[in-house]
Ligand binder design. Structure first.
Ligand SMILES: Cc1cc2nc3c(=O)[nH]c(=O)nc-3n(C[C@H](O)[C@H](O)[C@H](O)COP(=O)(O)OP(=O)(O)OC[C@H]3O[C@@H](n4cnc5c(N)ncnc54)[C@H](O)[C@@H]3O)c2cc1C
Length: 274
């Protein structure tokens, strides 16, 4: 195993551009170390990002919030300004692991790990987040809801780093996040859903119901057209084009589909939508 420790972003991007073997960035390590025993250490070349202090900062302007590529859950939990402007980020961060994971785990790592169960991704997607990718050749911005191409597959190239995640500040009418797990804390989601209604309409993102965290676009469209729903079963039909839950160690496909439909039906009813 080889570990490279750049001190600046430019140095890190140079290393990625010139490496003979693909480099694996490591931030908090809370996902990478879970799979440690299954990794072939001989071919593992890690790029340790922890010295890139500039990537830790969060930046709030009138127009948006920018989380750095190394911003942790704990930084969001500890920021009253961010919690006020983007309450679901703080709410979700408090439900991710325990303090040890919250202080090390990063929002960018949650995105790049590509788990279908990623809670942070659902919330950021509902907030219409954009992923900022940088390489030595320049920088590109990808909407988070177009970042995944399959299970654990993303559009990121091997020479790119996530340097920031940007979320627009818009007037929001409704915003909520629900996580269903075996218990309130320290549980990977059986399913989860984040919903935001702002001046542009609804954005509903669900986790653990598809190969990657996904938008429920057919339901969003129906809501935009003012459609009303007679019960959870009708919501289930509207979800069908976007989700394909599976049965695994944490839950069954039927449970996931039914509980997601019920949460959405009753939550939307509270907000006067169905
Ligand atoms: C006990 C425990 C409980 C957990 N509970 C939850 C939970 O409830 N909900 C949840 O969603 N997650 C949970 N997690 C998963 C984990 O904490 C998150 O996914 C975390 O956000 C990953 O961030 P990290 O910095 O630790 O990533 P790392 O492990 O360092 O990296 C993860 C992946 O992202 C890549 N990467 C990291 N940073 C960058 C970057 N800037 N640019 C490009 N690629 C990058 C790495 O190469 C790797 O592929 C839990 C983990 C543990 C160990």
């Amino acid at each position: 195993m080889k570990v490279l420790q750049p001190s600046t972003l430019d140095e890190a991007l140079d290393m990625m551009a010139t490496a003979d073997t693909a480099l694996t960035p490591i931030a908090g390590g809370t996902d990478l170390l879970v799979s440690w025993h299954h990794v072939d250490k001989d071919s593992l070349h890690l790029l340790d990002l922890t010295r890139l202090r500039k990537l830790q900062a969060m930046r709030m302007t009138k127009r948006h919030l920018e989380l750095g590529g190394l911003t942790t859950y704990w930084q969001v939990i500890k920021s009253p300004e961010v919690a006020r402007a983007f309450p679901l980020l703080a709410e979700c961060a408090r439900l991710i692991g325990a303090i040890q994971v919250q202080t090390r785990g990063t929002w960018a790592g949650n995105i790049q790990n590509g788990s279908p169960a990623a809670d942070g991704v659902a919330v950021m997607m509902a907030y219409d987040a954009t992923v900022i990718l940088q390489s030595r050749d320049g920088r590109t911005e990808v909407p988070l809801d177009r970042y995944y191409t399959g299970y654990k597959q993303t559009v990121r190239r091997g020479d790119q780093l996530i340097t920031a995640i940007r979320m627009p500040r818009r007037r929001r009418i409704v915003e909520w996040f629900e996580k269903v797990g075996a218990r309130r804390a320290q549980a990977i989601a059986k399913l989860g859903v984040a919903a935001v209604r702002d001046t542009r309409g609804w954005r509903i993102a669900a986790n653990s119901v598809a190969p990657y965290v996904c938008r429920c676009r057919a339901l969003e469209d129906a809501l935009r057209q003012g459609r009303s729903f007679g019960g959870p079963d009708e919501i289930r039909h509207a979800l069908a084009p976007d989700i394909c839950p599976i049965t695994d160690v944490r839950s069954t496909a039927t449970y996931r589909e039914r509980v997601l439909s019920r949460i959405l039906y009753f939550r939307l009813a509270e907000n006067g939508s169905p």
